[in-house]
Write a protein that binds this ligand. Structure first.
Ligand code: ATP
Length: 353
């Protein structure tokens, strides 16, 4: 697969899916750039799978349109969308060899036998499974089966690849390994890929773009950095990772930033357009609090958890207990110590509920 054509974008316009009273997907507008690896991220029941099924063609929207490039595919059946899919369960055929499983999609498309074999081996090679082409799925580990499922989804060179929680059945180490593999396959083939997960670490580590969903709606869309560093609400901030939340009032404010008054004093904040006097939360990620002699926040360390490359401290301050992450900790515990903390520049986020 040497030539890499640019794949078409996916555009959702006002997509709504109703099941009786439930609006599983509620007026979603989304543009997924051609060739990008895009994540639908959110808690259980927020509508991610329903939205993915709408893109695949298994679910017709109650309202709205799905476009591939500039072609309206809203009513096109799944088999004519030519999208490769990988599900949570691998759904491999147990009576066929790995090679036959991967080649099957080409057989259905009437690709000649020798070409089928060549392309199936090429896809298996991409997922480092060519050596095990003659095995049956029952003779493979979970991670290996998932690789075969990925090879099967990409073998017919789809324009679109859809992944529904593809790593959820794997253990932590294999999940990490598969993340790397999925990213490299996407970089090589450049399909427009939509990946559903509730695991924010998976999304942060792989995505070109992420849409965070809540109750059927997209509440924020952006790059991993946008969502982690500039979440638009408390919900997104908490979903993307751990965060300290301090009750705060906006004092001075301009389009570029504001000052937040908290129990730790006044904190400069880079969130613009806030209303002076508004009550909200100041959010500070645990890694943005540094243990430093010149730090103006003093507190007593109640508990430490040593994690090797970092330690996690719970520090009692006038604003309540703050979680602090110390990189490369020199000692395992600081419990009982009085610590001075400094807030990193541009680390305070103003968050409405
Ligand atoms: P999970 O991570 O648990 O898979 P999800 O974000 O993928 O969740 P969906 O499976 O899309 O969520 O479901 C969204 C909502 O729509 C849920 O409230 C679900 O119960 C409801 N729902 C989904 N499919 C149907 C259906 N066929 N009939 C009725 N309700 C449905």
């Amino acid at each position: 697969m040497n030539t890499v054509p640019i794949m078409p974008a996916i555009t959702l316009q006002g997509v709504t899916c109703r099941f009786g009273e439930v609006r599983a997907v509620d007026a979603v507008d989304l543009h997924i750039g051609g060739g990008s690896l895009f994540f639908l991220l959110g808690p259980s029941g927020c509508g991610k799978t329903t939205l993915l099924r709408t893109i695949a063609g298994f679910q017709e929207p109650s309202q709205g349109r799905v476009l591939l490039g500039d072609r309206d595919i809203t009513s096109l059946p799944p088999e004519r969308r030519e999208a490769g899919m990988v599900f949570q369960g691998y759904a491999l055929w147990p009576h066929m060899s790995v090679l036959e499983n991967v080649a099957f999609g080409l057989e259905v498309r009437r690709v000649p036998v020798t070409e089928r074999r060549r392309r199936a081996m090429e896809a298996l090679d991409m997922v480092h499974m060519a050596d095990l082409a003659d095995r049956r799925p029952g003779q493979l580990s979970g991670g290996q089966q998932q690789r075969v499922a990925l090879a099967r989804a990409i073998v017919f060179r789809p324009q679109v690849l859809l992944l529904d929680e593809p790593l959820s059945n794997l253990d932590a180490r294999l999940r990490l390994e598969m993340r790397g593999l999925i990213r490299s396959v996407c970089d090589e083939v450049r399909m427009t890929t939509v990946y559903v997960t509730h695991d924010q670490a998976e999304a942060l580590s792989l995505a070109d773009g992420i849409a965070v969903m809540r109750q059927g709606r997209v509440v924020q869309q952006g790059t991993p950095q946008d969502l982690y560093r500039r979440p638009c609400s408390r919900f997104v901030a908490e979903f993307m990772g751990r965060i300290n939340l301090l009750p705060a009032t906006v004092s001075a404010a301009d389009p570029k930033g504001c000052t937040l008054v908290t129990a730790l004093g006044e904190l400069p904040c880079g969130t613009g357009g806030m209303r002076p006097g508004a009550s909200l939360h100041a959010g500070i990620r645990p890694e943005s609090l540094r243990i430093a002699p010149e730090g103006s926040i003093r507190g007593s360390c109640r508990r430490s958890v040593y994690l090797g490359e970092m330690a996690q401290h719970e520090v009692e301050t006038p604003a309540g207990t703050l979680l602090v992450l110390e990189q490369d900790p020199g000692r395992a515990s600081r419990a009982g110590e009085i610590l001075s903390l400094r807030v990193e520049r541009d680390a305070v986020i103003a968050l409405n509920d």
